[in-house]
Design a protein around this ligand. Structure first.
Ligand code: COA
Length: 149
């Protein structure tokens, strides 16, 4: 396994979808972690974005999740998020991670289906602590999904 700190792949493709590295975000708040930002592309068009949050802290694995994704409304329900998420897992494997945690709100059925698409295991649903920044944003629970890489 390669060490975390390896240069991330600039582009990965599969099933008509590519993820292209578009930026590296430095932490700008105490709860933030270094983040790789990827554009989700299909047929040369950007249809969404994906973030890989680097690190393995409990806060990340329990609440924020290591992979976040968004497909723009006009391009949804075509399988793009599922494919992009699978490519993000390849990036994480390439960077040396042995597992990946994805979290989503229980009512976010689309995101939960994306987790199903990548065969992530629903480990548990946790309550957000009242002193957590997510609680301030009205989030009360997170489903925690795990993928062994
Ligand atoms: C979640 C999101 C990325 C899914 O994108 P997408 O490209 O439409 O997802 P896919 O086409 O890969 O669909 C994956 C599955 O979700 C299902 N799905 C998509 N939208 C759905 C919805 N609104 N309700 C229920 N299921 C939905 C699809 O039918 C598919 O199911 P299947 O595997 O049984 O075929 C998109 O809805 C989105 O950007 N939402 C806003 C941001 C967000 O919630 N991000 C996740 C934060 S954890």
């Amino acid at each position: 396994m390669r060490a975390i700190g390896q240069m991330p792949p600039e582009m990965l493709s599969g099933d008509g979808v590519s993820i292209r590295l578009s930026g590296y975000l430095e932490p700008c708040a105490p709860t933030h972690v270094p983040t790789l930002r990827y554009a989700i592309e299909t047929a040369g068009q950007t249809v969404g974005e994906l973030r890989i949050r680097l690190g393995e802290s409990e806060d990340l694995k329990r609440y924020f999740g290591q992979i976040g994704y968004e497909v723009y409304p006009a391009f949804r329900r075509r399988g793009h998020a599922g494919t992009a998420c699978r490519l993000a897992l390849e990036v994480m494997r390439d960077l040396g991670y042995g597992e990946a945690w994805i979290t989503c709100n229980p009512e976010n059925l689309a995101s939960r289906r994306v987790c199903g698409r990548v065969s992530a295991e629903l480990v548990e649903t946790v309550d957000i602590p009242v002193d957590h920044v997510m609680y301030e944003h009205g989030i009360r629970q997170k489903c925690r999904y795990r993928v062994v890489l």
